[in-house]
Design a protein. Structure first.
Length: 57
């Protein structure tokens, strides 16, 4: 059971990116001025399936 949990965590970690607002703007090449714009910028093909964006407010 432990091996399965580690494997799941590893896959999740490789499919996740955490970045701040400035990095999101740099990576996406878009100006982010609202939550809607942040969602649109995070949906670009960065590789990871999950993008956690910090410092939106």
């Amino acid at each position: 059971m432990r091996r399965r949990r580690e494997s799941t965590c590893s896959r999740l970690a490789t499919n996740t990116i955490a970045l701040n607002l400035l990095k999101l703007e740099q990576i996406s090449g878009r100006r982010v001025i609202s939550v809607d714009k942040a969602v649109a910028a995070a949906r670009i093909e960065l590789g990871p399936r999950i993008a956690l964006v910090k410092h939106l407010s």
